[in-house]
Structures are given as structure tokens and as C-alpha cells.
Design a protein around this ligand. Structure first.
Ligand code: C5P
Length: 300
């Protein structure tokens, strides 16, 4: 085999409950991940060294060296196999960069799947999940796709049953937000407010809404503890969220650490209407319609 191409989806967090800061610098989470139909494509081709090239409108914002998470994924997989395999990676980006939709994690997951195939390793998903957890908290979910709840740093996953398809509108912002900075701002806001931080718990009502395919209840129950921090660091997001709510979204929240905002709609037609109205409001760099859940990395 000379090359393998893998298509991999973005995610939105339907519930992101953040516990106290741990000694290792991370936070215990309850993180309900949901894969949506915005896709990057990663091609892995046989080569001697490890290299990466990034294509797409936002390519300039993604490193093309050893800092690239897909490169780190390929090296980690080769290390796991105990061999010095080479690969030339090409990433075609559509997932917003540093947008709170786990684009980098998606590329890493796709690289693991593509190189596993290219190098004929045949490693099972459980081995890839272990390697993924060392690469980043969101990489294991990016391997899984669908809808799942993550605990620990977000890397311990349980798949969730979803009774239907949900329709989404995403408002993309100019420039990204650093995940670490948003978590730090969350800690700062909590300390300043004298808040006692509880152990994160999954919302039973949210799980029921997912099971029932009930977009209205889902919209009401979605919650993101990082949202106040993201809005403090990027005050314009308050206007974007308000605009979506005023225009009839069933629910609105910042996706992960932001700055992408996510709106859930009643139907595909409703999502298209809402996207057109949000575009007309001029509250986002770009507005994208998508649906979820979708499967994880798929060889194309
Ligand atoms: O795991 P990942 O490299 O994606 O995390 C990026 C940053 O986000 C971490 O360095 C940490 O500051 C923050 N983080 C956290 N708690 C988590 C996940 C991430 O504080 N559960």
C-alpha cells in the first residue's frame, strides 16, 4: 500500500463540567463529546522520514514541523511498534484551527488510523486509544466518534446511545483561543468569585435528551463550564450567542474552549434558516451547518 486517506470529524461538547484543578495541571471533567459533520482529511504516504504539509484556507495557522499533533501521533505509533517507520502526511483542513472543535486532535486520530493501515500494523482500537491519551485529552474521543462521555481528563470514554440526528449551526470566529489559557481563566474567575468547585457530574436530563433524539431538551440542557472564561477572553462571543438565541436556536453554547459557538436547531431546514440569519447579522467570520452524531475516522 502506497497511501491511505482518512476522513475525520470535528466535535462539539454538549456538556463540559470542569472540576477543581488537579496537581498535574489538568482538571477532572465530565465531557459529553459529539462528533459532527465538519471533516478534515489526512493522507499518509510511504516516505523515508516523517513530514507534514497542511492545505486549506487556514493552513498558515497550523505548524508544519514536529509540533504538529499528527506528526507526533505518527512518531508515537512508530515508537509503540518499535520501528523507525517514515510517512509523508498531507492534512486538508476544514475544521477551524484552535476553534474548540478538536481539529488538531482529529488530525492526530486520523494519522494514527492511516499509519496503522499504511504500515500494516493492524493494532486494535484499544492500543490506539492508549497512544491517543498521551497525545492529548481529546484525541481518544477523536478516534471513537459518535457521541460519548469522557471522564478523567476526558480520555476515559463510554459510548452513548443517541436516538436520531441533531442539526447544528457553527459560528466560526477570527483567530483561535488557547485551551490552556481558557482553563486558567476558568480557574481565575472561580477563585475571584470565591466559588467552591464541585466534583463534575453528568446531566441525566441531557443523557435522556440524547437517547430520545429530543433537540429541544438537549438545547435547554447543554452547558459548558469553560464558557464564562472563553467569553471573558473574547467578549464578542456574548453577542454571537445572544444573536443565535434571538434568531430561534433551541440552545447555544461555546464549543469546548472556544471561540466557535454552537447552536442546535429543530431540523435541517431550521439549521439552514438560522445559518442564513446569523450570516446576515455579521456576528461570525463564517457560519457552517452540520449534523451529528457521525462516525469517527473513516478510511476513504
Ligand atoms: O490534553 P491537552 O494537551 O489537549 O490539554 C491542553 C491544556 O488544556 C492542558 O495543558 C491544560 O492546561 C488544559 N486541560 C485541563 N484539563 C483537562 C484537559 C485540558 O486543564 N481535562
Amino acid at each position: 500500500m502506497n497511501s491511505v486517506t482518512v476522513r475525520v470529524p470535528a466535535k462539539v461538547n454538549l456538556q463540559l463540567a470542569v472540576g477543581p484543578l488537579r496537581e498535574d495541571g489538568y482538571h477532572d471533567l465530565v465531557n459529553v463529546f459529539h462528533a459532527v459533520s465538519i471533516f478534515d482529511e489526512v493522507t499518509a504516504a510511504a516516505e523515508t522520514g516523517v513530514s507534514v504539509r497542511v492545505e486549506g484556507e487556514t493552513a498558515g495557522q497550523v505548524p508544519e514541523d514536529d509540533d504538529n499533533l499528527a506528526v507526533r501521533a505518527a512518531r508515537a505509533l512508530a515508537g509503540h511498534a518499535g520501528r523507525s517507520y517514515g510517512v509523508g502526511l498531507v492534512i486538508r483542513k476544514a475544521i477551524p484551527v484552535a476553534g474548540g472543535m478538536a481539529g488538531g486532535s482529529a488530525d492526530a486520530a486520523a494519522a494514527l488510523v492511516a499509519c496503522n493501515e499504511l504500515w500494516g500494523l493492524g493494532l486494535p482500537l484499544d492500543d490506539l486509544l492508549e497512544i491517543a491519551a498521551d497525545l492529548g485529552s481529546d484525541v481518544p474521543f477523536a478516534l471513537l466518534g459518535g457521541t460519548a462521555v469522557g471522564t478523567g481528563r476526558g480520555e476515559r470514554l463510554t459510548r452513548l446511545e443517541v436516538g436520531g440526528t441533531f442539526h447544528w449551526v457553527f459560528a466560526l470566529a477570527d483567530g483561535g483561543l488557547s485551551t490552556g489559557r481558557v482553563y486558567a481563566e476558568c480557574d481565575r474567575l472561580r477563585a475571584a468569585g470565591g466559588e467552591r468547585v464541585a466534583r463534575p457530574r453528568v446531566s441525566g436530563a441531557l443523557l435522556a435528551a440524547l437517547r430520545d433524539g429530543d433537540a429541544k431538551t438537549l438545547g435547554a440542557e447543554m452547558a459548558n463550564d469553560l464558557q464564562p472564561a472563553a467569553v471573558t477572553l473574547r467578549p464578542s462571543l456574548a453577542r454571537t450567542l445572544d444573536a443565535g438565541r434571538d434568531l430561534g436556536a433551541l440552545g447555544a453554547l461555546v464549543s469546548g474552549s472556544g471561540p466557535t459557538c454552537a447552536f442546535v436547531a429543530d431540523s435541517e431546514a431550521h439549521a439552514r434558516e438560522l445559518a442564513a440569519a446569523l450570516t446576515a447579522e455579521g456576528v461570525a467570520r463564517d457560519v457552517v451547518v452540520a449534523h451529528g452524531p457521525v462516525p469517527g475516522p473513516t478510511v476513504v
